[in-house]
Design a protein around this ligand. Structure first.
Ligand SMILES: Nc1nc2c(ncn2[C@@H]2O[C@H](COP(=O)(O)OP(=O)(O)O)[C@@H](O)[C@H]2O)c(=O)[nH]1
Ligand SMILES: [Mg+2]
Length: 191
């Protein structure tokens, strides 16, 4: 009886989940806010265009990700790097069905981010979004177009095709990202 009572009432709070600070970048319209809102179970109807930046605490079973989304408009992208400090990982969202011009801009932005001193050693999650559209490039096409193999060699990165209505793929890629973040944590403790 006492054991039962203890089990029910004296368990104490569940262990705290680790928190990680991430930066989320990508051109306007790539789907950053929509994807993050869905992960937070917020209604996608309330999504408005991000001017400046917004921060969301995205809960997962084994971690909480504090994601800072930076607005992706032409006149804002040049300030992205001012907001990189303190990031432990990067989420880059791209519209796989966008025009050639936008795809090239996205590629240049991804290359700059991957090479930036404050980001270049961090785990990257690249989301090839809008896969539900007929014009979407496949993940192989995105990998080739963005020259990911040579660019990201030696780095920790995940390339995930996804769309707003494929939350399983999205959640799976975030689990992989959390694994990479945890690995990095353990390395830091060992050093
Ligand atoms: N068809 C489709 N539309 C999407 C997808 N992701 C986002 N959108 C739409 O694209 C528009 C821009 O999304 P938003 O989240 O504001 O992009 P952000 O500027 O990167 O934050 C919205 O109308 C979304 O509903 C997707 O995977 N497929
Ligand atoms: Mg946004």
């Amino acid at each position: 009886m006492t054991t039962c009572f203890r089990a029910l009432c004296c368990k104490g709070p569940p262990p705290a989940r680790p928190e990680y600070d991430l930066v989320c970048i990508g051109l306007t319209g790539s789907g950053k806010t929509s994807l993050l809102s869905k992960l937070c179970s917020e209604s996608p109807e309330n999504v408005v265009s991000t001017t400046g930046f917004s921060i969301k605490a995205v809960p997962f079973q084994n971690a909480i990700l504090n994601v800072k989304e930076l607005g992706g408009a032409d006149n804002i992208r040049k300030y992205w790097s001012r907001y990189y400090q303190g990031s432990q990982g990067v989420i880059f969202v791209l519209d796989s069905a966008s025009s050639e011009d936008d795809l090239e801009t996205a590629r240049n932005e991804l290359h700059s981010a991957l090479q930036h001193p404050q980001l270049c050693t961090l785990p990257f999650l690249i989301l090839a979004n809008h896969q539900d559209k007929p014009a979407a490039r496949s993940v192989q096409e995105v990998k080739k177009y963005f020259e990911l193999e040579p660019l990201a060699r030696g780095k920790r990165w995940i390339l995930q095709p996804c769309s707003l209505d494929d939350m399983d793929a999205l959640k799976d890629s975030f689990s992989q990202l959390i694994n990479l973040l945890e690995e990095k944590d353990h390395e830091a403790v060992r050093m």
